[in-house]
Design a protein around this ligand. Structure first.
Ligand code: ADP
Ligand code: MG
Length: 359
């Protein structure tokens, strides 16, 4: 198995899911693999009765995860909403893995997502040869989830055109998918539900119609509350990246991660951590996910072109790339931050130099 670049959550955490199942005598919604409590334990981590350690996947509010899981046990669907990089897709994948044992029933929402990719399509060769038969019908992930009583995932729901979005209304309210061509329908099996994600920074989004909105419970995923929480997220994700990529590099010092997270939080919040200096914020989102990429990229540079130890020079290009998305406005914001904040920090001389060298 080891040359697969990215495993699905249910593969990667198969053992955890297995242990959770063993330790899970309670009542559960029909066709769920785990009880709602165990799904939450899978998400936020914890120790099982037999001593087995479940690693945290989502770092943040347990209550939010309880609300998300409880929603999926109702007749409403779940909408995970928030800034880019706040773990919406990540949580959606893990929820589907823990509830249905399958996170792969997924539709990527784009401006070009058509009704056929939400409901069902046709294999045209078959359609011409046989006419409209069940064999000629191409099932979508949503249709399969309905039949199998599983969770379907729709990524970036608001990028899908409003007319196509609304095809979900019947599916979510009647729990059925009519197939008029065959004069039949697919009725959803218990356990079926939908997790959609959407972010509020995208341009060209299509707001949900109020009819559709009413079929969703919205859970807003926030940017991490505290510095320590955010450092913890970055550290964990970087460790797993390092393992997958088998990088010949040292584990990054927590101090390097702290510096990246500090820069991101200060610029995001428009004020230094000590609250003394007001800053301009760049146009981009500077999410935790981007902090993770900056460290991952730095680590890769250090591994293949450096001495295997992450240092400021390996990080500089990534930091600037993340902050400066607009070559005019953001550049000024970054210059100002560099000169008024980075330069004045005694222990940050290496960052200052590395960033200046690149400018
Ligand atoms: N609170 C968090 N807990 C755990 N991981 C997080 C958290 N916030 C962000 N991440 C990490 O950020 C990365 C990107 O998240 P993703 O789900 O792709 O974001 P989006 O909200 O844009 O869908 C994931 O690898 C995830 O592990
Ligand atoms: Mg996403």
């Amino acid at each position: 198995m080891s040359d697969i670049l990215r495993y699905h959550a249910e593969q990667l955490y198969a053992q955890e899911l297995e242990e959770l199942k063993k330790d899970d005598p309670g009542k559960r919604p029909q066709n769920w693999l785990l009880t709602p409590q165990s799904v939450v334990t899978y998400l936020i981590g914890g120790k099982l009765k037999n001593g087995f350690e479940v690693t945290p996947k989502y770092i943040g509010s347990k209550r939010l995860m309880e609300i998300a899981v409880a929603t999926l046990a109702t007749d409403r669907a779940l909408l995970l909403y928030g800034l880019p990089g706040t773990a919406k897709s990540w949580v959606s994948e893990h929820l589907a893995a823990a509830i249905s044992g399958d996170s792969t029933l997924i539709i990527q929402g784009t401006a070009g997502t058509s009704e056929e990719s939400v409901r069902y399509g046709w294999n045209y060769a078959r359609l011409l040869a046989e006419g409209p038969t069940r064999n000629a019908l191409v099932e979508t992930p949503v249709m399969r989830a309905m039949q199998e009583g599983k969770i379907a995932r729709i990524e970036e729901l608001t990028r899908i055109g409003a007319d196509v979005q609304d095809t979900l209304i019947t599916i979510l309210s009647e729990k059925t998918l009519p197939i008029p061509e065959l004069n039949t329908e697919v009725q959803a099996t218990k356990g079926f539900n939908i997790i959609a994600t959407a972010n509020n920074r995208d341009k060209g989004v299509n707001e949900l119609s109020s009819a559709l909105k009413r079929r969703f419970n919205t859970v807003i995923l926030p940017v991490p509350d505290s510095m320590e929480e955010e450092i913890d997220i970055v550290r964990r994700r970087v460790e797993s990246f390092e393992k997958t990529m088998e990088l010949p590099a040292e584990k990054p010092a927590i101090e390097e991660i702290r510096r990246i997270v500090t820069i991101f939080r200060e610029l995001r919040n428009g004020v230094t951590l000590d609250g003394k200096t007001k800053l301009k914020s760049p146009g981009g989102t500077l999410s935790t996910a981007e902090a993770i990429s900056v460290v991952n990229n730095g680590l890769t540079l250090a591994a293949w072109f450096g001495d295997g130890t992450l240092n400021a020079a390996d990080l500089a290009a990534g930091i600037i790339g993340a902050v400066v998305k607009d070559p005019v406005q953001d550049k000024l914001v970054w210059q100002e931050y560099l000169e008024t904040v980075v330069k004045t920090r005694e222990e940050w001389k290496d960052v200052y130099r590395a960033c200046r060298d690149l400018a």
